[in-house]
Design a protein around this ligand. Structure first.
Ligand code: SF4
Length: 456
C-alpha cells in the first residue's frame, strides 16, 4: 500500500495549527495525505483535553483502529500516532491504543521515533526541552486563503476549570522576527486571513527584545499586501489600553481593493461569568467592572467592532442570583456572538475538587436563557448593518450560493449580485473561483446568526 496518512484533529485552532506541522513532518517522510481513514497507512490524531467528551472520543477511535486492523492482512498493520493536548495521566492510558504517543513539542523527532524498532508502544518521554522549536517547522497549510500563526504557547493562568496549563505547560512566546517571516511567506502564497494564536496572546512578549503584543500588531501591520489579521485567545486580566490603541490605529480597510492596515474590528474576549464571586472561584483575576471598562473603551475607539465571548454556565456553586448577573452582563454588552458551555468537571483541575452543585437540567436552562438573550442582541446588531457595504472574504460555495465572513467575523450568505453590476460582475467572475477572494458586499438582510448580501 502507498504511504498515505490521515489526520484527525479535535479542539481549538491551536490544535489545527499543530496538525499542519504534523502534516509537514509526515510529508517530508514521504507520506501523502488522504481524506479517507480506510486508505491510510498511518493515522495521526491531534487530541484535545478540554472536555471529558473529547477524551471519550479517543477511546472510540482506538476501537475503530482495532476494527480496521482486524480487517487488514497480517503483513500490513495500520500505524497510529497520538499527539496534541494530552494530560500526563492520559498518555499512560492511551499508549495501549496507539503505536506512539508523542509530545507535540517533539514532533520533529517523529522520523527517529518511528524508525526505532523498539519504539512500538512507546511513550515519547524524553525530557521536554520547553522550547518552541517545533513551531519552526514550515506548516503544510490546510487552506489556501486562511491560516493560523502561533505566536506563543502554554499558559500561566491556571483557571480552575482548565487543563491547558497541565498539557501545554508554561507560556513561551515566539520571537517576533519568526512570526513576521511566517506571515510574509503566507501573504506571498496568497493567504488572505491570518489568525495569531496563543492561549493568552495579550501576555505575548518577544523573548529577546521584549516586543509586546500591541507592538507586534504594529510590526505586522507594516507588511505589504491585502490580508486580514485576527487573533485569539485574549484574557481580560492582560488586555491593556495599548492593544485597544493599536487596534484603533490599524484598522483593516473597508474596501475590497484597499491594501494596508490589516487588523480586523473583531474581538473574542472570554468573560466566563458575569459575577465577581464566581470569577474568583474560577481563578479569573479581573472584575466585571474592569471587563465592562475594556468593552466601553474598545467601542469608543472602534465603533464598528464586533465582540464575542466565552461563558461557562453552572460552575460549581453558581447561584441563580449569580447567574442573573451574567444575564444582565449579556443584556448590557449586547454581544455579537457567544460560545456558551455547560460546566462539566475535568479531572486534574482544581474545580474538579469542588462539588458540581448545579444540576444538568438547570445548566441547560441557564444555557437556553443566555442563548435567547444572545439571539436578540446579535439580531439587533446585525440589523444595523443593512444597507452597508462591507468587505467579505468568501470561503465556501454550495450550488449558486457563496458563503463568507465579514471583517467583523460575521457569517454572510451571498446569493446574488447587485442589479447594477450583474452583467459586469458575472462576466468578471464567470468561470472564476471566488473562494479565497475579497469582495465588497452590500448587506440586504439580517438574520439572528448571519447576514445576507449581494456582491457589488
Ligand atoms: S487563560 Fe485560563 S482558560 Fe485560557 S488556557 Fe489559560 S488556564 Fe485555560
Amino acid at each position: 500500500m502507498q504511504k498515505k496518512y490521515h489526520i484527525i484533529v479535535f479542539g481549538c485552532q491551536m490544535n489545527y495549527a499543530d496538525a499542519e506541522r504534523v502534516a509537514a513532518v509526515l510529508e517530508k517522510m514521504g507520506y501523502k495525505k488522504t481524506l479517507k481513514l480506510e486508505e491510510a497507512g498511518l493515522v495521526a490524531v491531534i487530541m484535545c483535553s478540554i472536555r471529558q467528551s473529547a477524551v471519550d472520543r479517543i477511546h472510540w477511535l482506538i476501537e475503530k483502529f482495532r476494527k480496521i486492523r482486524n480487517l487488514q492482512p497480517n503483513s500490513y498493520r495500520l500505524q497510529t500516532i497520538l499527539t496534541g493536548c494530552i494530560l500526563e495521566k492520559d498518555k499512560k492510558v492511551f499508549i495501549e491504543g496507539f503505536d506512539h504517543v508523542i509530545d507535540i513539542k517533539n514532533i520533529s523527532q517523529l522520523p527517529k521515533i518511528m524508525n526505532k524498532k523498539s519504539s512500538l508502544h512507546k511513550i515519547d518521554d524524553r525530557p521536554n526541552s520547553a522550547t518552541m522549536d517545533y513551531l519552526d517547522i514550515k506548516p503544510k497549510s490546510f487552506s489556501k486563503f486562511s491560516s493560523s500563526v502561533p505566536i506563543m504557547t502554554g499558559c500561566n493562568n491556571f483557571c480552575a476549570y482548565c487543563v491547558v496549563p497541565y498539557t501545554r505547560e508554561r507560556e513561551i512566546s515566539r520571537p517576533a522576527s519568526k512570526i513576521i517571516n511566517e506571515i510574509k511567506s503566507l501573504v506571498k502564497s496568497g493567504c488572505k486571513e491570518i489568525w495569531l494564536l496563543g492561549q493568552n496572546v495579550n501576555s505575548y512578549k518577544d523573548p529577546k527584545n521584549k516586543t509586546t503584543f500591541a507592538e507586534l500588531l504594529k510590526k505586522i501591520n507594516k507588511i505589504p499586501g491585502d490580508f486580514w489579521i485576527r487573533y485569539t485567545s485574549s484574557h481580560p486580566k492582560d488586555f491593556k489600553q495599548d492593544v485597544i490603541d493599536a487596534m484603533a490605529d490599524l484598522p483593516a480597510k473597508a474596501s475590497a481593493k484597499a491594501e494596508g492596515n490589516h487588523i480586523t474590528p473583531y474581538l473574542n474576549l472570554p468573560v466566563q461569568s458575569g459575577d465577581d464571586k464566581v470569577l474568583r472561584s474560577m481563578k479569573r483575576w479581573y472584575t466585571i467592572k474592569q471587563y465592562r471598562k475594556i468593552i466601553s473603551d474598545l467601542r469608543k475607539k472602534i465603533p464598528n467592532i464586533a465582540i464575542s465571548t466565552d461563558i461557562i454556565v453552572g460552575f460549581p456553586g453558581e447561584t441563580k442570583t449569580q447567574f442573573n448577573n451574567t444575564v444582565k452582563l449579556f443584556k448590557d454588552i449586547k454581544y455579537d456572538m457567544a460560545y456558551i458551555n455547560k460546566y462539566s468537571p475535568r479531572s486534574g483541575t482544581t474545580a474538579a475538587k469542588l462539588k458540581d452543585s448545579v444540576s444538568w437540567p438547570e445548566k441547560k436552562r441557564r444555557e437556553k436563557i443566555l442563548t435567547d438573550t444572545l439571539r436578540e442582541t446579535a439580531f439587533k446588531n446585525n440589523k444595523k448593518l443593512i444597507g452597508k457595504i462591507v468587505k467579505v472574504l468568501i470561503d465556501n460555495k454550495k450550488d449558486d450560493t457563496y458563503f463568507g465572513k465579514t471583517d467583523t467575523y460575521k457569517s454572510i450568505k451571498i446569493s446574488t449580485f447587485a442589479k447594477a453590476s450583474v452583467d459586469k460582475q458575472k462576466s468578471k467572475t464567470k468561470n472564476k473561483n471566488l473562494i479565497g477572494q475579497f469582495y465588497n458586499v452590500k448587506i440586504i438582510k439580517a438574520n439572528n446568526w448571519n447576514l445576507e448580501g449581494k456582491i457589488i
